[in-house]
Design a protein around this ligand. Sequence first.
Ligand code: CDP
Length: 219
Amino acid sequence: MNNKVIAIDGPAGAGKSTVARRLSERISYTYIDSGALFRAVTLKVLKCGIEADDVKNILYYAKNSSLDFINNSIYLDGEDVSSEIREAFVSSKVSYIAMIPEIREIIVSIQRKIAKNKNVVVDGRDIGTTVFPRAYIKFFLTASVEERAKRRYNELCDKNKYTLEEVKNQIIERDYIDAHREASPLRQAEDAILIDTTGKNIDEVIAEMLYHISIKGDV
Ligand code: CDP
């Protein structure tokens, strides 16, 4: 089977996961949320009381975890952790865990395994550059940091614990770490289509993507 990959990369809060999920439903592809995998490993590490720089133990716990997507929900060791992984205590540490090359290898192989016999929409930071460099079509989503912070603030369930300014600073820090790490940093692939989502709603962004996909041919 000649299966297809649609890669969507970009910084935090650019709208990737909502857009990727909806796009996958529209075209009946399987959605892979690579950030959820990094977040779930981070949640496990934090729950086990491991410090974000204790690489040896992080790897031990990552290798001894089960990570699964069932109906677009992420399961860590058999438990649905889809909401918990979005909380700010995970967001503030995830980029440190995602810097570790061996962790990236584990997550990359999970993604490639899922995509083996399926058409997939995958969102993340390194999808078009490293995980699926030969993806059928690649998008890079951005938005102004103010808009990205506002979106993230509005969706946080523990909103009252953080101000908009704190959420913005956390996003700036995460973007910096993601873009400057050595192992597959966040960057736009040369052949990716750039979409600035500032001031655009989800439907407008999806319409733009579907337009580019239709130019390429059938999905
Ligand atoms: O939803 P948001 O854009 O805030 O983040 P996410 O996609 O859930 O990813 C959380 C973090 O995981 C990112 O800030 C990166 O540090 C890491 N990540 C990564 O390194 N590579 C990916 N393909 C996806 C996420």
